[in-house]
Write a protein that binds this ligand. Sequence first.
Ligand code: PEP
Ligand code: MN
Length: 345
Amino acid sequence: MIISMKQHSSPDEVRAVCQRIEDFGYRIHTIEGAERVVIAAVGTGDTTACLESLQAMPQVEQAVRISAPYKFVSKEFRKEKTRIRVKDFEVGGDEFIMMAGPCSVESEKQIMESAVAVAKAGAKALRGGAFKPRTSPYDFQGMAEEGLKLLRKASQATGLAVVTEVMSEHDVPLVAEYADILQIGARNMQNFALLKSLGKAGRPIMLKRGLSSTIKELLMSAEYIVAHGNNDVMLCERGIRTFETITRNTCDIVAVPVLQELTLLPVVLDPSHATGKRSLVAALCRAGVAIGADALIVETHPCPEKAVSDGAQSLDLNQFAAMMKDLKPYLELWRQSRAELLATV
Ligand code: PEP
Ligand code: MN
């Protein structure tokens, strides 16, 4: 439910309404605007009885049931787009953000070379998996904490933020020590114990869409994280499983504007996992910028043919630099349209 207080309600009046909502068993989050207070009530309870009771309170302007089950991440709850501060930049603001790096952290040389090159080409964040969710238990599982240390070293050398995957709630404190953004992989999008633990992670989250998940399910998973206390969630479209086999996944490109329409959370596109093919990555990057994503996350490798994971979809460092150059006119148009959008909010 969303409860909008009458203009200039007193703190006592707001408290009385909050108390009434809590008596019905809901948890509350208040937003204090310049002229009025808006209260979001979440949880389960007798919504009809609660709404009737609230509507009868004179200080309440409006009390409405929210049809979308994802309340915190829906546009009905807040007006401003979520801007997520990471180091010296924002995701969801007036700057397009590029994140790049290898699928897996493999060695100091590999991650350092990657970091230096992607930073030079204009990336703001370095990706690299230290904990890898592999389909086969016999495949490389990642360097774990050793990999996290290498990411930190590369970040210190270049100023890049670190985005890396956390696979289990037990590892959240460890990964949060080293990472600026915690990535939740497609296979873990509905690991609810993990999602709940992210509420207190103290780091922004990049939540990837599950292999066979609907947009609504993605939003419900984001809702878990926000409902448990962490507002800084970005959503990542990384392709879904369909009957198509030429590409590794099918990029649901329209998910980008759909998510922008339904939520205020920043939207990231991953053209590498969405296609599985290096030759398609640049085209999908252009599409992502043109369709209004807030950021891209791209796999790169100093020597893709030697990569321990996802080499076929990784750009080499020269290809990445060339792609960044080719993206410039698209990024200029993106900046113009984002400035217009921000001016109308
Ligand atoms: C990755 O980013 O390397 C990865 C494993 O992605 P996804 O979870 O989208 O498959
Ligand atoms: Mn990968």
